[in-house]
Design a protein around this ligand. Structure first.
Ligand code: PRX
Length: 633
């Protein structure tokens, strides 16, 4: 499977485009199937209808666990570093992880879970979170993980959308010097969610929690029951390749977040293959992905990708800046980490502390570095390269999306010649194209356009949960016969791709995707707000910040207090991660005569570039623009 040189990559790539089915069948052969497929691929991007490895039977957990038991049973599968460096770390070998997953899968069964059920997971970054995902997959239940930073309201929306019948959570979670009362937030969410029959609660912070008779049970008690019952194993449910594996909600330019659906066979092959290929993982390497499992990066590159390849995956509960800005480097030093995979926002934040936090940290174990989530600026790239990689570790700048399941455009570590700021070249099997506004493919190099993918890959989304039409509209209707990414992109003289950012109304704040419409809806919920418009602006650490223009003519209090109230409202409705960085009160928004908000103008003002606002002749009331310009923050 391994690619051995840049020329070899080119050969493999060519084969993957000329004979995609043959290529992917070859890759899929290295995984464990209960039954092989009858047909590698069936597809059209019109409906869309995408089926990989039809007729095949598998269970992803047999690939992540069972198949390693003979050769890797005592190898660490998960190393866990707690939030508080004074607390002991934990190591779970493949054998121990297997046992724990089987135990918890039996807990799920004892609590009524069945194949096809949707189970919501809202947990801190502890090994039990990975165990919960795998246990769901073991019994064929579909997990829907909600990131710990989302509010009760957001959780309820997701539970209702997927009609989950079970929630797995913890009493609370630690992150830095903060404690989040997870169970209490779940209790608030469940007021609106009658479909939920059971809540399984892990002990982490041991903060007092309400435990409702008949509904809420403790994780630890349920494990004891399974032990007393003497059940040790849990047979892996036989899944069709195209059965759903999980749902993960993500923001778009309109409406509420949608549930991106990934299926068992294709996702398994794609997460495993891309992990192995991009990072060129070698046996015994310790691999540390700093993401949270609440996002796709954690799903694919903490849990499924690494474990399917028998890797050692390091999981960290805390944040990069607590107790101090040297925490990542302490972890690298402590566990002799070989590969670190993190986000530009974390790099920029750590850069701002200077070199002091690096003093005395031995980073010599590092051989490969990775970046994900947003474009990496050259300054951050060079700092990562020089200060962390000491100039000898390739940086893989991996471009991909929740909908993609795994890496799409990325250097292959040690193989692809690097250029700072470039995601570089597509992985084998990925066929990117740039298109103009009309959807015409732009050939040649030194061009830019909207990034589309013209051929399916096994890890792509199959639908958006409960609303296939929305999936078609969002990704397949803009340009016929292509998957539209929503990103702008350029291709240089060498054919290297550079992602320039979203071309739709989606913001990327600290690598988190936030829909402007969603934030506007939340702001508009505030009692004195008449309307609002949200745009992004360049932010030194976060990449993009959230700038809100708000019309609130009848404020009762002083603007500062109202500003805070609006922040609280957004935190309640969506979660703290969507809070605006700047709120400017305005008497009106710039609109065209047909009533459409001219975001282009607001974006310019938010960026501090008011010299050339472009054509304003279609504005209903040009005076509004002058007022907004004068009051810009
Ligand atoms: O705009 C791109 C940006 O993040 C978006 C996808 O966000 P999400 O689904 O949350 O997944 C993030 C982690 C995979 C993309 O549309 N993005 C992601 N990686 C990169 C990136 N932009 C530039 N370079 C990257 N390496």
């Amino acid at each position: 499977m391994k690619i051995t040189s840049f020329d070899h990559y080119k050969e493999v790539y060519k084969h993957s485009v000329d004979q995609p089915e043959d290529f992917w069948a070859g890759i899929a052969d290295s995984f464990l199937w209960k039954k092989k497929w009858d047909k590698v691929l069936e597809w059209n991007f019109k409906e869309p209808n995408i089926k990989w490895f039809q007729g095949a039977k598998l269970n992803i957990t047999e690939n992540c666990l069972d198949r390693h038991l003979e050769t890797l049973r005592d190898k660490p599968a998960i190393i866990w570093e707690p939030n508080d460096p004074k607390e002991d770390h934990r190591v779970l070998t493949y054998r121990q992880l297997y046992k724990k997953v089987c135990q918890f899968a039996n807990v799920l069964k004892n609590n009524g879970a069945k194949k096809g059920d949707r189970i919501c997971i809202y947990m801190p970054m502890v090994p039990e979170l990975a165990i919960a995902l795998l246990a769901c997959a073991r019994i064929g239940a579909i997990h829907s993980v909600v990131f710990g930073g989302f509010s009760a309201q957001s959780i309820a929306d997701r539970i209702l959308d997927a009609e989950c019948n079970i929630v797995i959570t913890a009493d609370g979670g630690f992150r830095g010097n903060k404690e989040t009362p997870l169970k209490s937030i779940i209790d608030d969410a469940l007021v609106r969610c009658p479909s939920v029959q059971k809540v399984i609660v892990l002990t982490r912070t041991r903060t007092p929690v309400a435990m409702i008779k008949g509904r809420d049970v403790w994780w630890e008690d349920e494990i004891k029951k399974v032990e007393t019952q003497g059940i040790k194993d849990c047979p892996a449910e036989e899944m069709d390749a195209e059965d759903m594996l999980f749902i993960l909600y993500t923001s778009g330019s309109t409406g509420k977040p949608k549930g991106v659906v990934h299926t068992c066979g294709g996702y398994m092959v794609y997460a495993g293959y891309t992990f192995d290929t991009s990072f060129q993982y070698q046996p015994n390497e310790v691999y540390f992905c700093t993401a949270d499992i609440g996002w796709i990066t954690g799903h694919s590159y903490i849990v499924y990708g690494p474990l399917s390849q028998g890797a050692t995956s390091l999981m960290f509960e805390g944040i990069p800046t607590w107790p101090d800005a040297g925490r990542f480097w302490d972890i690298v030093d402590k566990f002799k980490v070989n590969i670190i995979y993190t986000a530009p926002t974390a790099i920029r934040s750590l850069m701002s502390f200077g070199e002091e936090p690096l003093n005395g940290k031995d980073l010599s174990s590092l051989t490969k570095l990775g970046s994900v989530g947003e474009p990496i600026n050259e300054e951050a790239w060079h700092w990562f390269d020089e200060k962390i990689g000491h100039g000898h570790c390739p940086i893989v700048d991996t471009w991909w999306q929740t909908e993609n399941g795994g890496h799409m455009i990325t250097p292959i570590a040690g193989i692809t010649p690097l250029k700072p700021g470039y995601a570089s070249l597509p992985l084998p099997g990925v066929q990117p194209v740039l298109v103009d506004e009309k959807g015409t493919i732009i050939e040649g190099n030194e061009v830019s356009g909207n990034l589309c993918i013209r051929f399916p890959w096994p890890g792509m989304l199959r639908t958006t949960y409960g609303d296939h039409e929305r999936c078609r509209q969002t990704y397949f209707a803009t340009y016929p016969d292509m998957y539209f990414t929503g990103d702008g992109c350029s291709r240089d003289a060498d054919g290297y791709y550079r992602i320039t950012g979203r071309v739709d109304d989606v913001l990327n704040v600290s690598g988190h995707r936030i829909g402007t419409a969603e934030v506007e809806n939340a702001i508009n919920m505030h009692s004195t707000v008449v309307e609002s418009a949200v745009v992004g602006y360049p932010h030194d650490i976060k990449g993009q910040g959230v700038y809100a223009f708000v019309v609130s003519p009848n404020m009762h209090d002083d603007p500062e207090l109202t500003r805070k109230d609006i922040m609280m409202t957004v935190a309640r409705i969506i979660g703290a991660i969507a809070k605006p960085d700047k709120i400017q009160f305005v008497s009106g928004l710039p609109k065209t005569r047909s009533g459409k908000i001219m975001r282009r103008i607001l974006r310019k003002i938010a960026e501090g570039d008011t010299s050339n606002l472009g054509d304003t002749s279609t504005l209903l009331d040009p005076a509004v623009v002058e007022e907004i310009k004068a009051g810009a923050l």
